[in-house]
Write a protein that binds this ligand. Sequence first.
Ligand code: FAQ
Length: 337
Amino acid sequence: MYTQSFNVPDSPGATAPAAASAGEDPVRQAAFDARIDADGRIEPQDWMPEAYRRTLVRQISQHAHSEIVGMLPEGNWISRAPSLKRKAILIAKVQDEGGHGLYLYSAAETLGTSRDQMLDALHSGRAKYSSIFNYPTLTWADVGVIGWLVDGAAIMNQVPLCRCSYGPYARAMVRVCKEESFHQRQGYEALLVMMTGTDEQKAMVQDAVNRWWWKCLAMFGPPDADSPNSAQGMRWGIKRVSNDELRQKFVDATVPQARVLGVTLPDPDLRWNEERQHYDYGQIDWNEFWESVNGNGPCNRERLATRVKAYRDGEWVRDAALAHAAKKRARSMKEAA
Ligand code: FAQ
C-alpha cells in the first residue's frame, strides 16, 4: 500500500546551496557543503556545522520520544484486545515502537547528546513529541485506525527520511519503515474485519475515523509557509519532501483505501481536483494542533506522567545493569593484568 517509491530529487543541493554558517571553519564548511550537494552521507566522525548537528538532535530526539510516547495509546488496549491473535499482533506492534525509539535515541547519541539529556528534556516537558499521541483511544476501533492512519501517515513522512543526509538516521529509518508497513497493514486488516461485522462494529470504526482523521492530517506539521525549519532542513537533505506535499500524498493515498473499507472521511470539502490531479481537502484546525504540541491536549499530562513513572520504576534495572557492566569490566581488567 505504501511503498518505497518516492520520487525525490537526488541532490538537495542542486537546487539551493547549503547555507554557510557563521563562525564555522570555511574550508571544512565547503567540504561539508560539497558532500551535501553531491547527495553524500554525513557520518558521526565527519565534521559538521553546529546548526546541522542541533537540527538533527532536535528532530531525531523528537522522533524517538514520539515512538516511546506512541506506545501508550495502543498499549492501553493490550489487556483488552478482543482475541488472542489480536493481542499477539498488538503486543508485537507496541514492542516495535519501543525498538524504534531505541534505534533513534542511539542515532541521536552519535551526535554527542546523551540519552539522559534527551530523556530529561522529555520528562521536564521541554522536548516535543508528536501531537497525535495526546488523544485518547476510546474503543478497540481506535487501535485499528491508529495502525491504518497514524502509521500510514508516519510511513509517508518516514520513507523519504531513509534518504536523509545523516547516515545513522537514514539507516535506522530503513528498518523502521519496514516495520511501520506491517503496522499499517495490521490496522487496516483489523478494520476490514470489523466492517464485515455488526452495525455496531461498523459504527465504531466510523466514529474512530471521525475522531482521528483531522489529527492525522495535522501530524505532518504546520503548512509549509508556517514551517520555520523546513527550508534549512531541505537544503541540508534532512527533509526531502515538504510538510504540505506529504500531507497531500497521504490524502491521495488514503481516500481510495477509505472507499474500499466503506467508511466516510469526515470532510465535506474532500473532492478530486481534475486540474491538480489531487484531492482537495478542508481546513485543518491549527489551534487544536498547537494546543496539543504545547502541552494542552487531552492526554498530555497523563502521557508525560506515565513516561516519568516508567523511568523512575526502571531505575533499579539501570543501576543493576551498570553495576553488572562495572563488575565485568573490573574482572576483564584483572584477567588482562
Ligand atoms: N507534533 O518547522 P516544522 C509515529 C513542531 S512517529 C509535534 O515543520 P520540522 C510512529 C516541530 O517540531 C511520529 N510537534 O518542523 C508511531 C517544530 O518545533 P521545534 C513522529 C510538531 O522539524 C505510530 C515546529 O512544530 N514522526 O507516528 C509536529 O521541519 C503509531 C515547526 O514545525 C517524526 O518525528 C507534530 N506533529 O518538521 C508510533 C518524524 N509537527 O522543534 C506509535 C521525523 C511539527 O522547532 C504508534 N520528524 N511540529 O520546536 C519530522 O519529519 C519533522 O520533524 C516534522 C516537523 C515533519 C515532524
